[in-house]
Design a protein around this ligand. Structure first.
Ligand code: 4NP
Length: 154
């Protein structure tokens, strides 16, 4: 099972989702059966590590995001992944723009899929520190729900 998390820059929300969900999958002993990645719809930060504010907030909860590097989502991802989970409506629209016909991947909003929050992970980039904590809160809750779904599908 291959799962891709997508946000705008791939330096705040989707790397957080990648790191948090990978820890859940590892703790469940499923790391050999679930492949996890993240990408951005934009290309401004390609090759860079996650935002320092994201890294700091994540590390305080035990997630080390420092090895991650940003990349831009590509049409090929729709063949490589089973599930592509977007953080907000703008990401979802941009993904639909590049979605090929007969794509393998199912496309959805991460939070809406599980009825969490207001259905989207708000962009923390231009806000304060509490925004990064909120991203973690929402993504931790979604990761638990996603893991439960995946366990039922493996
Ligand atoms: P992300 O956050 O989509 O969660 O990675 C952002 C990162 C960068 C920018 C916007 C949002 N930016 O405008 O550069």
């Amino acid at each position: 099972m291959n799962i891709l998390f997508v946000c705008l820059g791939n330096i705040c929300r989707s790397p957080t989702a990648e790191g948090v969900f990978r820890q859940r999958v590892r703790a469940a002993g499923l790391e050999d059966r679930v492949h996890i990645d993240s990408a951005g719809t934009g290309d401004w930060h390609v090759g860079k590590g996650p935002d320092p504010r994201t890294c700091r907030a994540a590390l305080q909860r035990g997630y080390d995001l420092s090895p991650l590097r940003a990349r831009q989502v590509a049409a090929e991802d729709f063949q490589r992944f089973d599930l592509i989970l977007a953080m907000d409506h703008d990401n979802l629209l941009r993904l639909k723009d590049i979605q090929p016909d007969h794509a393998r991947a199912e496309l959805d909003l991460l939070l809406r899929r599980y009825g969490l929050g207001r259905g989207v992970v708000p962009d923390p980039y231009y806000g304060g520190a509490d925004g990064f904590e909120q991203v973690l809160d929402l993504i931790e809750a979604a990761s638990d729900a996603l893991l439960a779904e995946i366990k039922g599908r493996l």
